[in-house]
Design a protein around this ligand. Sequence first.
Ligand code: SF4
Length: 321
Amino acid sequence: MAEALLEVTDLVKYFPIRRGIFSREVGRVHAVDGVSLRVVKGETMGLVGESGCGKTTAGKTILKLIEPTGGTIRYAGEDITGLSRRRMKRFRREMQIIFQDPFSSLNPRQTVGAIIAAPLEIHRLAEASEKEDRIAQLLRQVGLPAASMRRYPHEFSGGQRQRIGIARALAVSPRLIVGDEPVSALDVSIQAQILNLLEDLQEALGLTYVMIAHDLSVIRHIADTIAVMYLGKIVETAESRGLYKNPLHPYTAALLAAVPVPDPSRKRRRMALKGDVPSPVRPPPGCRFHPRCPRRFGPCDTAEPALRAVSADHAVACHLY
Ligand code: SF4
């Protein structure tokens, strides 16, 4: 089996809902509810689902930007779940995040040079005399001229700003990057450029990615494996090609049906996804997808389906299989 850089087992993240003068806990948001993932070194895992399904919380919890409620996170073979902030610092450098909105994640009052220099300074990765050369190298690596370091974020287009965000993430020479919808705020033509850049960087630097997306078409070409998430749970995982060719879970099928087909002679069976993701405060009993599932039957609203392997690289949580 190929070596994993990241292994997540039964990851849980609940957010307490508190009310009253004593801040009594009156409920919990079940944002991530028993997620297990295995991300192979040098590969890309796509984490896909509608907004509100918990994928961004899962991404942040994996990086320990949010403390998990339960489960284990192993990075490069080490259990990092309970590590203190101080002991996490070594790993923090190796695990970076790229945000969805490059504009709000870049400080508008700082030059691009200062933005990229910050992680170098925090982790003491460059002497003052080397800093400028390193920033210039990082900018060139993401396709921007070195002179960009003297300008401010508002002087750049959305795609260029995302390149700056990527340069900032690369500054600490990470091994794992979580991309939280890194292209969804960009025009389609720019999306392809940024995805190509991410692929080139992965090849050149041996990076491992977890790419979070709500649109399966966006990560089609970049992901080696895909995990589909619904209301805090993984409902299907598969090798990317297998998932696009043969989606098993009705939710995955519905997400794929929403993706436009470029060839009009190849019609995809439409399966509209009705309604919104239910509240994660009180997830539906049984299969969490049952209130929206066009194929629900007998056990669906009472028994929760487990994620079961249907082949060597395909698993699904649905009573149909
Ligand atoms: Fe639909 Fe039932 Fe499968 Fe859930 S378990 S996806 S409700 S068929």
